[in-house]
Design a protein around this ligand. Structure first.
Ligand code: SF4
Ligand code: SF4
Length: 440
């Protein structure tokens, strides 16, 4: 089969997946205490539904969504609520959270119900189950899934793409899921297709995962409406716009969304969670997280209950090797640096990556040498060098016209820049300024 990719830009960082790609997923022990933030998705945070001293069971709804762009939160363990208060969050600040002291019993709620004949449900019923289970995009974006499944009438969808690219270096959680639970992914894909009434389903996987391509090709062999697409290894192949261009040849317009070209994209982890929610009634209370990097004693892929602190997860991987120089939630290209190991795993935590001091290539930021490498690397065909200079000089009027809002914050420009310019930080700041101006 032909190997597809996006035409413009992209970089080739070392994939560093050897730490965990061949390690089957293990179940992490239940946390002693789960810290469950009421904000685990893009959109409005939830309101707490429980009070201190209340007992909760696994799967119980404990956070009520506020507004359409929001998703409910469920108890990941059974036990007693010991606090509803601000706690550290991987986004870098404190967020109101429900703290549950485990009773160690893993008592599940009785109302969790299975649906055997789930494909006979109407699209509206399926969507309600997805919303009630608190499913959000698990590739890291955490956009509520039911919102993506509600395109306006004037934007008909004809294709559902399931994203198994996992182009971030080091991360292997999606890879292991594809090998270990292909039937969940395919089941979820069919549910998502039914919700959107689309006839064409696609699964995109980078060619550095030939075993996953083989497993999913086999799992879909008797489903002519679903095709598996091997993709060239090039970062950021898994970004939505680049994935759509590679598989369908369609160009999402500047400022537009996949739905503008008739497409919805969902991550493989999201598809599997949709299946578990609809078929077995299990809300989103756990996920696979890759715990990896040269600073981890025994790197692993772990199935982790949400709310488990990073410190307990690292402990379960043999602890740190020496002094941690940098801890990242997610991958090295788009992940977020962490300042505390007290932060919990949340719905979007695809990985915990630890570097030692000696692994870090700390270079000072130098003036731009006008080499043009960032321009060539940018998959969105914008000029990161120019935009960075505008941000530093405070020339905010030039940002929008030079398409700063099209930046997907992939980090390709910063990766390639020989001057060590903090281009992603500059562009992120520029985007926030432009959006704030627009809001005014
Ligand atoms: S971070 Fe933004 S500007 Fe830099 S390469 Fe990615 S899309 Fe282009
Ligand atoms: S890669 Fe760095 S040094 Fe080269 S043009 Fe871009 S910002 Fe300047």
């Amino acid at each position: 089969m032909k190997t597809l990719t996006f035409p413009a830009g992209g970089v080739h960082p070392p994939d560093s997946k050897h730490y965990t790609e061949h390690k089957p997923t293990e179940d992490a022990p239940l946390p002693r205490q789960a810290i469950v933030p009421l904000q685990q998705h893009i959109g409005a945070p939830c309101d707490p539904l429980v009070k201190v001293k209340e007992t909760v069971c696994v799967g119980q709804r404990i956070g009520e969504p506020k507004g359409f762009v929001s998703a409910p939160i469920h108890a990941p363990i059974s036990g007693t609520v010991s606090a509803v208060a601000e706690r550290p969050h991987p986004i870098g600040r404190e967020v109101r959270s429900i703290v549950i002291d485990s009773d160690g019993e893993d008592r599940w709620c009785e109302e969790i119900a299975e649906t055997e004949d789930f494909l006979s449900l109407s699209p509206a019923d399926l969507k309600a189950k997805i919303l009630n289970a608190g499913i959000v995009g698990m590739g890291g974006a955490t956009f509520p899934t039911h919102v993506k499944l509600s395109p306006p009438e004037e934007k008909p969808i004809d294709t559902l793409i399931v994203n198994g690219v996992e182009c971030e270096p080091f991360l292997t959680a999606d890879h292991r899921l594809m090998l270990e639970k292909p039937e969940d992914i395919v089941g979820g894909l069919e549910i998502l297709m039914q919700v959107l009434s689309v006839k064409q389903g696609a699964i995109g996987i980078e060619k550095n995962k030939p075993d996953a391509i083989e497993v999913l090709t086999r799992a879909t062999a008797d489903k002519p409406h679903i095709s598996v697409y091997p993709l060239k290894v090039k970062y950021p192949q898994g970004a939505e716009k680049q994935l759509i261009k590679a598989i369908l040849g369609r160009e999402v317009p500047s400022g537009g969304l996949p739905m503008d070209v008739g497409v919805v994209v969902q991550n493989v982890g999201t598809a599997a969670s949709v299946f578990r929610a609809v078929r077995f009634g299990i809300p989103l209370i756990e996920r696979i997280t890759t715990v990896t990097g040269p600073g981890i004693a025994e790197p692993k892929n772990l199935r982790v209950r949400l709310g488990t602190p990073f410190s307990e997860i690292i402990e379960c991987c043999g602890g740190l090797l020496g002094k941690a120089g940098k801890v990242i939630s997610g991958g090295p290209m788009m992940g977020m640096a962490q300042y505390s190991l007290d932060v919990p795993v949340i719905k979007g935590t695809s990985g915990i990556l630890v570097f030692r001091d000696e692994d870090l290539r700390l270079t000072d930021s130098n003036p731009c040498v006008r080499c043009g490498k960032c321009v060539t690397a940018c998959p969105m065909q914008i000029n990161p060098s120019l935009l960075g200079v505008y941000v530093e000089a405070g020339v905010m009027d030039e940002l929008e016209v030079n398409r700063v809002l099209d930046c997907i914050e992939c980090g390709s420009c910063a990766f390639i820049c020989p001057a060590g310019r903090p281009l992603v930080h500059l562009l992120r700041y520029g985007k926030a300024e432009v959006l704030a101006q627009k809001k005014k």
